[in-house]
Ligand binder design. Structure first.
Ligand code: ARG
Length: 424
């Protein structure tokens, strides 16, 4: 063998072992882009990405075969509003007993639970001490197991607002990391968050349900402050997510140019129209009300918050239906962390119950989310070129969306994370 032939041969052997192909075969695949089922898919994965999709009987396949016959493939789900550092068992004053370090360690467990449930990407909206940045970086480095994370760092908000900590009297001098009053303080916090690793900005436009002493329907940031946040963020190439329940605050946030409105509970027709015209996404957490009213009290949720929730949840669901009917851009955002991590996909059946078709709900948790993240070529659908973030369920999710509550198989970036083999 000549030297050149030998080198070529060795290169071939090395590349064949590094770039080993994996074939995934299944009964069906949800094509979220076209909104239909493909039967008998054969998905080829190499180097963590999807390189080919065929359909038909499994031929002679050379390489590893992941046999998911009996199951339906879907793209890994994306939750656009999660709090991996928060625990559903610690609300209100109970939360004060946990340090940031404790929250970080618990975040490790929450990340794993989330991924195991079939959520391969999350947008984490608000964490003090940049714990979210550390969690994201640890996952990306392969130190711990979790979903892909896009993180905001500390949420921006007014003094005494929903994103401040209002539990203690003045003696303790406690205020949250992201508190910023006036346009220039807001601009400075945007810059600081970006400096320490945030992928996007979260701000609190109105009061909230779970914060002490805030009125859920009342606007907090002024239009001027929100415009500053948006122009500063957009100039730096990052998006803005606005927590907003109240009608005026939702409208002002959209007017200011935020990319998504979280909760949007009391959005009215004018807000829906403006969101539709501007292409603003709504991320409406319509499952969490069941947890808050059902189990919130023993988790430490304050009575005043329970009272606010009683006035919020049902109206939010009604307004969700209106927004869906009007054709506003929608993503799935759950607020997991308020309720147990891993239960994220329970929201999908509520999205169907309140007006979406099953495919619309799946699109909200996949391609729509990927588009809002600006990652539509990498994430959100099983297509050539995208990361091999693939999950599988038994049954047809287009007939019964609740099958997503029991995910049997999870692959992230070509790596099998979970495989419940009993199902076949
Ligand atoms: N984090 C949100 C807040 O405190 C939770 C709202 C939950 N309720 C609802 N109906 N979506 O405002």
């Amino acid at each position: 063998m000549s030297y050149r032939v030998l080198v070529a041969f060795l290169l071939f052997v090395v590349s064949a072992s590094v770039n080993a192909k994996t074939f995934i075969i299944a009964d069906a695949m949800v094509d979220v882009e076209r909104g239909r089922l493909l039967s008998k898919p054969i998905v080829t994965v190499e180097d963590g990405r999807i390189i080919d999709i065929q359909s038909g009987d499994a031929r002679q396949l050379i390489g590893d075969v992941v046999d998911l016959r009996g199951l339906t493939l879907l793209p890994g789900m994306i939750d656009m509003h999660a709090h991996l550092t928060s625990s559903s068992t610690e609300h209100g004053y109970k939360r004060l007993a946990s340090s940031q370090t404790r929250a970080a360690l618990r975040g490790v467990k929450h990340a794993q639970l989330t991924l195991m449930a079939g959520v391969t990407t999350v947008r984490n909206l608000g964490a003090s001490g940049f714990i979210d940045v550390a969690l994201r970086d640890s996952i990306n480095a392969g130190d711990i197991v979790g979903p892909r994370m896009f993180v905001s760092g500390p949420s921006l908000g007014i003094t005494g607002g929903h994103c401040d900590n209002n539990l203690l009297p003045v003696d303790y001098q406690v205020s949250s990391d992201g508190v910023a009053d006036g346009p220039w303080e807001v601009a400075k916090k945007v810059r600081r968050n970006i400096k320490y690793g945030a992928d996007l900005i979260k701000l609190c436009a109105t009061g909230g349900v779970l914060s002490k002493g805030t009125k859920v329907g009342v606007q907090q940031y002024s239009l001027e402050e929100m415009k500053m946040a948006v122009s500063e963020a957009h100039r730096r190439g990052v998006t803005v997510a606005a927590h907003a329940h109240g009608t005026e605050g939702v409208y002002a946030a959209i007017e200011a140019g935020v990319d998504s409105v979280e909760h949007a509970s009391f959005i009215d027709d004018a807000g829906i129209k403006l969101a539709k015209n501007k292409g603003t996404y709504l991320s409406m957490d319509i499952y969490v009300t069941e947890f808050i009213l059902g189990e919130g009290e023993k988790a430490g949720i304050l009575e005043e918050s329970l009272a606010k929730e009683r006035k919020t949840g049902a109206l939010q669901r009604e307004n969700f239906s209106k927004a869906v009917n009007a054709g506003v851009n929608m993503v799935m955002g759950t607020d997991a962390g308020v309720y147990p991590h891993g239960d994220n996909l329970k929201q999908l059946s509520r999205m169907v119950q309140f007006g979406m078709s099953p495919i619309q709900a799946l699109q909200a948790a996949s391609i729509n989310a990927a588009t809002l993240l600006n990652k539509e070529s990498d994430l959100g659908s099983i297509k050539v070129g995208a990361y091999a973030d693939i999950i599988a369920v038994s049954g047809n999710p287009l007939d019964d969306i609740s099958v997503l509550e029991n995910v049997d198989f999870v692959m992230k970036g070509g790596e099998v994370i979970k495989f419940n083999r009993q199902v076949k």
